[in-house]
Design a protein around this ligand. Structure first.
Ligand SMILES: Cc1cc2nc3c(=O)[nH]c(=O)nc-3n(C[C@H](O)[C@H](O)[C@H](O)COP(=O)(O)OP(=O)(O)OC[C@H]3O[C@@H](n4cnc5c(N)ncnc54)[C@H](O)[C@@H]3O)c2cc1C
Length: 412
């Protein structure tokens, strides 16, 4: 007999958050992580109300809020400081939560501490290798030490290069979109900006050079994060490591054309903290037909299921939505007898619809950020039409109520 209901593969943000969400529903899970400690990729992430309400429901928001930098808006400005457009990333009155820019390590620390305090087991140094078989209501899977584990469900929260996804799609590989984010950090005290205080993320636009992003980070705004996108060829893992190791080349790129973006870009790129330089190669997983195996014992979520381009900053926020809604539906199928296959169909359809809308939002943002000659086009090569930002659909849903509505309709 299985000892656990759910084996979660990966102690990244999706896996850790899933463990909390399942625990809240009274479902027993163990997390298996191949590394000896949590993965620490990338500096900080931006959390929006759709994700923060989930972290709040899981009782970790109060600790996240004090660790990160809280803000409401992003502003797109000209080099002259003239405001072009505002983009809401949060707001207490309208959406219940300010946005929060938090170091990934801090976020993981908060969630992992909660996981541990609840006694949820996390097995570091345990690598998933393959599914052995799915039999009736169980799945047998193997870890790299050769041990076989039997659980009711196996959930791949193992990131963009997911091994669990290979079980569903043996030939699927993440697609590189030819761009990488090159980012850095400077002490805020060294960054000058004569058009006011940089107290919110700014995108400084240049007609022909594109966009330069700069944002305060750390709870006390003592750091200034900044970066630009660069066209690069795809590399293997060693190639990306080498690319990141060449700090001077990255600094040169960030300093190149800095004048075109004004004094904030010049002062920030002259005061880079070398050890905080980062490279984010943009890989995506194009929409997959299904996020679960035919027997529905194996499920993928987060980046493993739908890694998306970064423009709208929704990568991790969308992963939290997957996790929370999945846990509510699994509980509904166990406690209220809702058909699990139908619940999975509802889950994937609901989630994919929202991801499709994010992809549209990404295009709208790219349209504004890209130099004129590189602006996005639709499938027919026609330039994407610029629309006003509408973010209510993104931040406002009450996920619990939406699941409840569906469960009620499924119970009838
Ligand atoms: C440099 C960088 C910067 C980023 N910045 C942002 C940002 O600002 N905002 C944003 O929204 N998103 C950002 N992203 C994207 C974001 O990191 C992902 O959307 C998010 O990490 C997905 O979380 P996840 O838990 O699904 O996967 P991951 O964070 O990749 O976690 C997967 C975990 O699974 C483990 N694992 C993998 N294989 C196995 C196995 N076989 N067995 C056991 N464990 C395994 C891994 O070690 C890892 O701990 C960034 C990504 C990068 C690379």
């Amino acid at each position: 007999m299985p000892t656990d209901e759910v084996a979660i593969i990966g102690a990244g943000l999706s896996g850790l958050c899933l463990a909390l969400a399942l625990h809240q529903q009274g479902i027993k899970a163990t997390i298996y992580e191949s590394r000896s400690s949590p993965l620490n990729i990338g500096g900080a992430v931006m959390l929006s109300p759709n994700a923060l309400k989930i972290l709040d429901a899981l009782d970790v928001y109060k600790d996240v809020r004090v660790r990160g930098y809280n803000f409401d808006l992003l502003e797109m400005v000209k080099v002259t400081g003239e405001l072009l457009e505002r983009y809401e990333f949060g707001g207490v009155e309208k959406y219940g939560y300010q946005a929060n820019r938090c170091y990934r390590t801090e976020l993981i620390d908060v969630i992992l501490s909660k996981v541990k305090s609840l006694g949820i087991p996390v097995e570091f140094g345990q690598k998933y290798t393959r599914v052995v078989e799915e039999i009736d209501d169980q799945v047998v899977w193997e870890s790299s030490d050769g041990a076989h584990h039997t659980t009711s469900f196996l959930v791949g929260a193992d990131g963009i290069h997911s091994s669990v996804r290979k079980y569903l799609y043996p030939d699927n590989e993440p697609k590189f979109i030819g761009m990488a984010g090159i980012t850095a950090v400077a002490p805020a005290s060294k960054v000058t900006y004569s058009h006011g205080k940089i107290d919110k993320p700014l995108t400084i636009m240049s007609e022909d050079k594109g966009a330069f992003v700069i944002a305060p980070q750390r709870a006390d705004a003592s750091e200034m994060f900044f970066g630009k996108q660069k066209r690069v060829d795809e590399k293997d893992r060693a190639g990306w490591d080498k690319f990141l190791a060449d700090k001077q080349e990255l600094i040169n790129f960030l300093q190149e054309d800095a004048e075109a973006f004004g004094e904030a870009a010049v002062s920030a790129s002259s005061n880079i903290i070398p050890e905080k330089l980062n490279v984010w190669p943009f890989y995506v997983i194009p929409p997959l037909e299904r996020w679960a195996s035919a027997n529905r014992r194996v499920v993928i979520l987060g980046d493993a299921a739908h890694a998306i381009p970064p423009s709208a900053g929704q990568g991790i926020n969308q992963a939290f939505e997957d996790v929370y809604i999945f846990s509510l539906l699994l509980a509904a199928s166990k406690i209220r007898g809702v058909n699990f296959a139908d619940a999975l169909t509802f889950w994937q359809t609901y989630r994919q619809n929202r991801i499709n809308k994010i992809l549209e939002l990404n295009k709208q943002i790219d349209l504004r950020r890209m130099p004129k000659d590189k602006r996005p086009v639709d499938l027919h090569g026609v330039a994407v039409e610029q629309k006003e930002f509408d973010l209510q659909w993104l931040y406002e849903p009450d996920f619990k109520a939406e699941v409840e509505n569906w469960v009620k309709s499924a119970e009838v």
